[in-house]
Design a protein around this ligand. Structure first.
Ligand code: ATP
Length: 321
């Protein structure tokens, strides 16, 4: 990887004269063959600046392959992969757009110290020493910075890998299973860092199986199954697409709920249960007609939505084919 070069990226002007910024990541009808095996089948999506997309799917669904296509490490067999409006493959060759990347199973040369690893990547990306030092401290690696990596625990190596990925404050950040091996505090810290990068316009893709961790931080989720796009959207859009119900519970159930002509149809065992399309009307009835203000709304969790949209709970990839 060489130093990143300044180039004119293909930003267009619309007819009002304002600049149209292309999506940070855009895949159009991408298919990928490994010999005769189809790893990706007609996948399209966009991630804009300042957005986080969670990449979800079963083992072997094609998530890591998708990340490699965005990085330009592999060219799609069919379709187009673009970063900031230009071919991902060309970007990989010319290093025009700085992309931070944490691979699955990150590993570095284990005779180097943590500090040497960050200094090496820092030199490639033109990052100053102060940034390296502050990341070493923030990621809790100060005490071990001069030790060889062979003495690091799995979680310490993972922290170093994440620090390496965000070192240059990239405009695109691709994280493959970033929270594997991280303790809960380190995971929260990582998501805090990702949110800071988002504020500065970074587009983030996180491939993960830890749905409860990513749920609060994603803007959109792409659910993959057997190399295909199964669903794409925000949590509330995915919830609407699923058959799952929203529920409303009460600290003290009032007769006014049970006897309300409209609410009765949704009432079951002390709860109101309904699909997303009824939510606004139900809340309106509770507040304006029943004068009830003390209730708790429970949206389906991402994990439940995922299982519902996948149409099964836990089956192995072999069983799914
Ligand atoms: N270089 C390769 N040659 C042949 N097949 C490959 C290659 N890389 C990946 N595959 C296959 O492509 C499919 C998708 O693999 P990929 O690593 O993208 O899945 P994934 O969704 O990241 O899985 P996991 O959650 O287990 O990491 C798998 O069936 C895998 O065996």
């Amino acid at each position: 990887m060489g130093q990143y070069t300044a180039v004119n990226l293909p930003f267009e002007h619309n007819n009002t004269g304002s600049v149209m910024v292309p999506p940070s990541i855009k895949l159009t009808d991408v298919s990928l063959q490994y010999n005769d095996f189809t790893a990706l089948n007609n996948v399209s999506f966009e991630v804009n600046a300042g957005q986080t997309m969670a990449l979800l799917g079963h083992n072997g669904a094609g998530k890591s392959s998708l990340i490699k296509v965005i990085l330009g490490l592999i060219s799609p067999t069919v379709g187009k992969a673009e970063v900031m409006g230009q071919s991902a493959y060309t970007n990989h060759q010319q290093n025009c757009v700085d992309i931070g990347y944490l691979p699955e199973d990150v590993s570095f040369y284990d005779k180097l110290s943590g500090r040497e690893v960050l200094s090496y990547f820092g030199a490639l990306k033109g990052v100053n020493q102060a940034r390296i030092e502050s990341l070493i401290e923030e990621f809790g690696l100060g005490y071990a910075q001069h030790r060889q990596l062979k003495t690091y625990s799995k979680g310490m190596k993972q922290r170093l890998g994440v620090a390496q990925a965000i070192l240059s404050e990239p405009k695109i950040l691709l994280l493959d299973e970033p929270t594997v091996g991280l303790d809960p505090q380190a995971s929260q810290f990582l998501y805090g860092k990702i949110n800071q990068l988002k504020q500065s316009g970074c587009a983030v893709v996180i491939s993960t199986h830890e749905l409860s961790l990513v749920e609060a931080h994603l803007d959109i989720a792409l659910i993959m199954a057997k190399g295909q796009r199964r669903a794409l959207g925000s949590c509330s859009e995915l919830s609407k697409a699923s058959a799952l119900k929203i529920t409303i519970g009460f600290s003290e159930l009032s007769e006014r709920v049970k006897t309300n002509a409209y609410l009765q149809q949704f009432y079951d065992q002390g709860l109101l249960q309904f699909s997303a399309m009824h939510k606004a009307d139900i809340i309106k009835h509770l507040v304006t007609q029943c004068q009830i203000f003390d209730f708790e709304i429970k949206q389906p969790r991402l994990e439940d939505i995922y299982h519902d949209l996948m149409g099964q709970s836990l089956r192995s990839p072999a069983e799914q084919s």
